[in-house]
Write a protein of this length. Structure first.
Length: 120
């Protein structure tokens, strides 16, 4: 799998996981100039802006470390653009998931709800 296929696979696995937990997927790969959110999902009055990091086993930088302060700012900025474009009364939450894939199989899956907030 090349890097793009690996990323798409991780997003697909995460969307499936969220749907199984009762979330409604509102958007995938929402883009604005300067930013992208992998998955936007809604459940029980919460709108989750989800950053998916997909890695092969034993990466140099794990997925959670790859979500830097700069990346968090871009996600928050993009979530604001989404909320402006698609007004809602939902409580925002920023989640990060790390999917580990080997031989086209998921060998690790860590999901952190409320991984960061808009003030950071």
């Amino acid at each position: 799998m090349d890097k793009k296929e690996l990323g798409y696979f991780g997003e697909k696995v995460t969307a499936y996981y969220l749907e199984k937990k009762g979330y409604k997927i509102l958007r995938r790969n929402f883009c604005v100039k300067g930013g992208e959110i992998d998955i936007i999902a809604e459940k029980d009055g919460i709108i989750a802006f989800v950053e998916v990091k997909t890695r092969a086993p034993d990466p140099l930088v794990n997925g959670f470390e790859a979500v830097t302060a700069a990346k968090k700012r871009l996600i928050v900025k993009t979530s604001e653009a989404y909320s402006y474009r698609f007004p809602h009364d939902l409580q925002p939450r920023f989640d990060v998931v790390c999917v580990t894939v080997s031989d086209k199989k998921v060998v690790g899956f860590q999901y952190i709800e409320n991984a960061f907030d808009a003030s950071k």
